[in-house]
Design a protein around this ligand. Structure first.
Ligand SMILES: NC(=O)c1ccc[n+]([C@@H]2O[C@H](COP(=O)([O-])OP(=O)(O)OC[C@H]3O[C@@H](n4cnc5c(N)ncnc54)[C@H](O)[C@@H]3O)[C@@H](O)[C@H]2O)c1
Length: 367
């Protein structure tokens, strides 16, 4: 019998969380909404993170959740079916090596890894993974973004030619141990943050990226911060242009000192028949055909419970439903290790481009 079916018949899917910081709590809040899931274990080297996780679990639940001393102990427990990796970016590759050995289903937070060497290795290892392997690039699951992706795929703008993504938001938040202040820990902002957008580009454009030009630097945020005497080195604003093999061009406009913006994300796709835009969190889709002229505005509402369970406009909830469907019913793996690989690769190309002030070809990175 198929392993996924067996779980459906026998009991709830037992999840273990590796890393319980800010994103771990969002996962806990979402998993608590899933009747098919039992949060069975957590592990985190920082006691305060474990205590906060227990607070998010709540009194009734926390007694039933095992706190493992380390990931090896969790991965060695045959009663754990699936693990969520929400430890810092630079740990993903080492954690994944162990998880893949264990064969357990895994949802790994973005980015898949932080270096070219690691991301290649993980992509190759994931090919023979026995369980579901899913990368947490969840912006695809924000309901207005999901509708936008669907409509462009259905031909709403005609033949797609240009795709513009803007994220104007607040600066990077504080993390446990301040790991996100340095590119060596995160992969750099273009990997850490922008892997989401490079993933959206590939998903919408449906082609291989060829060339990346990124102009970016850290100009406003973190300048007065010091960690062990060192100044952070993470990009806080950038423009990136990506050329795709099918002739589509895409751009990303990132600003991380724009917390006053009405919308955090704005995406526009223009084709030979018209233009479609989406605004998040407003939730509006605006269609402006060339003829007859628009605009026509549609609102995409998000379920209140899903919205409240996280800070990603409901995305974590819908991503978890889709992951669970893959685990329980053999449903499709929407965000594969290959998707994770490409998003990191494009991010690394952008980081290199910004540093060297030149366009970087994907071929240079060996892909
Ligand atoms: N999907 C999204 O939109 C989204 C949003 C935020 C963060 N993230 C990702 O989630 C991950 C965690 O980010 P965060 O914001 O929760 O950071 P955080 O610093 O708040 O939490 C990370 C936790 O991992 C723990 N940790 C460190 N090393 C570990 C190890 N080897 N094994 C297990 N735990 C370890 C830390 O003690 C900490 O509690 C990152 O990869 C980040 O990129 C994704």
């Amino acid at each position: 019998m198929h392993a996924h079916r067996e779980i459906t018949l026998v009991r709830k899917v037992r999840y273990g969380l590796i890393g319980t910081g800010m994103m771990g709590y969002e996962h806990i809040n979402n998993l608590k909404l899933m009747p098919e899931v039992e949060i069975a274990g957590i592990t985190d080297p920082v006691p305060q993170s474990v205590q906060l996780a227990q607070m998010f679990l709540g009194d009734a639940l926390k007694e039933r959740v095992t706190v493992y001393p380390d990931r090896q102990a969790m991965l060695g427990d045959p009663s754990i079916d699936a693990v969520l990796i929400s430890s810092p970016n630079f740990t993903h590759a080492e954690v994944l090596r162990d998880v893949i050995k264990s064969g357990k289903h895994v949802l790994c937070e973005k980015p898949l890894a932080t270096t070219l060497e690691d991301v290649r290795e993980v992509q190759a290892l994931a090919r023979s993974h026995r369980g579901v392997f899913w990368v947490g690039m969840e912006y695809r699951y924000m309901p207005p973004a999901a509708r936008f992706i669907e409509e462009v795929a259905a031909g709403k703008v005609g033949k797609l030619q240009m795709l513009a993504i803007r994220e104007h938001r607040f600066p990077f938040l504080k993390k446990v141990g301040d790991w996100n202040r340095f590119s060596k820990n995160t992969g750099g902002t273009m990997v850490e943050k922008c892997c989401h957008f490079f993933d959206l580009m590939r998903l919408i454009v449906k082609a291989k990226p060829v060339r990346v030009y990124c102009s970016g630097a850290m100009d406003v945020n973190h300048l007065d911060e010091r960690y062990g005497g060192k100044v952070p080195d993470i990009i806080d604003n950038s423009y990136t242009i990506v050329d795709f093999e099918n002739g589509v061009r895409a751009m990303l406009d990132l600003c991380m000192f724009a917390e006053g913006s009405k919308n955090q994300e704005e995406i526009a796709a223009v084709g030979d028949a018209g233009k479609l835009e989406v605004f998040i969190p407003d939730g509006d889709l605006v269609f402006s055909p060339r003829s007859p002229k628009g605009p026509v505005t549609t609102h995409v509402a998000v379920d209140e419970t899903a919205l409240r369970a996280g800070t990603h406009h409901g995305a974590s909830f819908y991503q978890h439903r889709a992951f669970l469907d893959a685990v329980l019913n053999g449903g499709p793996v929407a965000v594969t290790a290959d998707d994770g690989f490409w998003a990191v690769l494009m991010g690394l190309a952008a980081e290199m481009s910004a540093k060297e002030k030149r366009a970087v070809t994907i071929r240079e990175l060996g892909a």
